[in-house]
Write a protein that binds this ligand. Structure first.
Ligand code: FAD
Length: 456
């Protein structure tokens, strides 16, 4: 009898879900279906910059995915203009010093989430995705015995009263992931997002023409991050220098942090008060005043404490059939600009395991164990790196050197800051994404009891 196709359900058609679905839909032994809660995608404004590791991950799923990004991305400025994020101290004795140049590139691009999703969606057959399907429950039917893992099924229950049955559920359902709550247990301390440092992001979106009436024109065609203890200030030119996203990220500190953020618990932030920035550089003060005019695009940032596992916590019996990826697994603060890139690395590893490893439903468990082993340490380190970027930006990070009285804060030593940013950029962006895929496949072979099960 011919092997049945393996039914893979992906919950969440965001960056992780669609990238993975675009890959799995190419595999003849996989029957993939995406269940997305919204009836259609909305443009929520912010531009994403995808770094080298993200571009490599897309290419490993398929050149068409990488091309979709390049087709949809818009240059921040002119096509041949070199752009770089300049991190500059904007308060204190070293005011004006440049401490990092991040992501230097000619024709540097940003892409809106909605445009990127539209590009990915074109690569997923229409029959493989359903919109308006909000996951509200997960039931597992374990096999009658250990030898019958083919009968192991997962049932997805949706808010509209319908359900679906699959061999495997991959939860790409974002920062408030119900799949994460199912895996960890709703009471687990890491099940829901946190805002430990009380981050509040004040943001405005204006035309570049309007911005130039308030701030120096150079900040509408460059990407500065201006640092100081009461918030860091950031400008991102969008759509070939015609629009500007300007923001002030304020770390209100642990005492004001909402312990756990549910989608409904977002409170109105205190208004942004430009007078608090009187000791910042004049340029920085003017950008704060611009943001304060209309901070209607403001939001509270949050991330995840580390999940002990991206697959069910007791994976021994039966082997796992559920996993989380993307923000559902490791939502991070936006300060390292690598959340979407990590989601794409997850998708690349899972695609590789299903393409080169999994030949039958009974092997799904080994693939998910290998995925968890390959991806959890690195993706969780990126969550920590993003938290650290936030503290460094807010002049709240010790430099890790010296002892007791001699211990310095990082912002007191611009040279130390330069080293920190260079080291972090190497870790996040210049990573061997292909090697990570191969490592996952090696672990899969090991879990399967030898490399004999690998597909060509
Ligand atoms: P999402 O994109 O959140 O997708 C999750 C999907 O699941 C959504 O479509 C949602 O509707 C769906 N869903 C949720 N619940 C359910 C349910 N119950 N049933 C069915 N479907 C459900 N990253 C970068 O790499 N570079 C950047 O420059 C960058 N900039 C950023 C700037 C900002 C302001 C922010 C907020 C984030 C930024 N990030 C950046 C991070 C990046 O946006 C996220 O890491 C990325 O979108 C995660 O993708 P995802 O697919 O895991 O989750």
């Amino acid at each position: 009898m011919a092997e049945q196709r393996i039914k893979v359900a992906i919950v969440g058609g965001g960056i992780a879900g669609l990238a993975l679905a675009a890959g799995l839909a190419k595999l003849s032994h996989i029957d993939v279906h995406v269940y997305e809660s919204v009836p259609e995608y909305k443009d929520i404004g912010a531009g994403l910059a995808l770094h080298l590791n993200a571009i490599k991950a897309m290419a490993l799923i398929g050149p068409e995915l990488r091309q979709a990004y390049f087709d949809k991305a818009l240059s921040m400025g002119e096509e041949n203009e070199e752009m770089v994020t300049q991190v500059i101290l904007a308060q204190g004795p070293h005011s004006g010093q440049l401490v990092a140049e991040l992501g230097r590139a000619k024709g540097r691009k940003t892409v809106s989430r909605a445009d990127l999703l539209a590009g990915f969606l074109e690569l997923v057959p229409a029959a493989c995705i359903s919109f308006g399907k909000k996951l509200v429950g997960i039931h597992e039917k374990p096999p009658p015995s250990h030898n019958d893992d083919h009968d192991h099924k997962v049932t997805l229950v949706f808010a509209d009263g319908t359900n679906a049955v699959a061999d495997c559920l991959l939860g790409a359902d974002g920062i408030h992931s119900p799949t994460r709550r199912h895996i960890l247990g709703a009471d687990h301390p890491a099940a829901t997002p946190k805002n430990h440092d009380g981050w509040q992001i004040y943001r405005t979106l204006v035309s570049a023409e309007e911005a130039r009436k308030h701030i120096d024109a150079k900040w509408t065609t460059s990407v500065p991050i201006l640092l100081g203890p009461r918030g860091h200030i950031n400008c991102i030119p969008l759509s070939r220098n015609t629009r500007l996203s300007a923001g002030v990220a304020v770390r209100r500190g642990p005492s004001s942090a909402a312990a756990a953020l549910s989608p409904s618990s977002q409170t109105t932030p205190p208004p942004l008060d430009p007078s608090l920035y009187a000791d910042y550089t004049p340029d920085a003060q003017r950008i704060v005043s611009l943001v304060a005019l209309d901070p209607s695009a403001s939001w509270s940032a949050a991330d995840h404490d580390h999940a002990p596992s991206y697959i069910p916590l007791h994976p021994s019996t039966p082997p796992p059939r559920i996993a989380i990826l993307g923000d559902a697994a490791h939502a991070s603060l936006p300060f390292a600009g690598n959340g979407a890139a990590q989601a794409l690395e997850d998708a690349a590893v899972l695609y590789h395991l299903f393409a080169r490893g999994v030949a039958s439903a009974a092997q799904i468990g080994s693939a998910l164990i290998a995925y968890d082993a390959a991806r959890r340490p690195r993706s969780q380190r990126v969550v920590e790196v993003a938290r650290r970027f936030g503290r460094v930006y807010a002049f709240a990070e010790e430099d890790g050197e010296g002892e007791g009285e001699g211990r310095k804060m990082m912002h007191e030593d611009p040279e130390r800051m330069r080293e920190f940013f260079a080291e972090m950029a190497r870790f996040t962006n210049e990573f061997d994404v292909e090697g990570q895929n191969e490592e996952a496949l090696r672990v899969f072979g090991e879990v399967e009891g030898g490399a004999s099960g690998l597909r060509n």
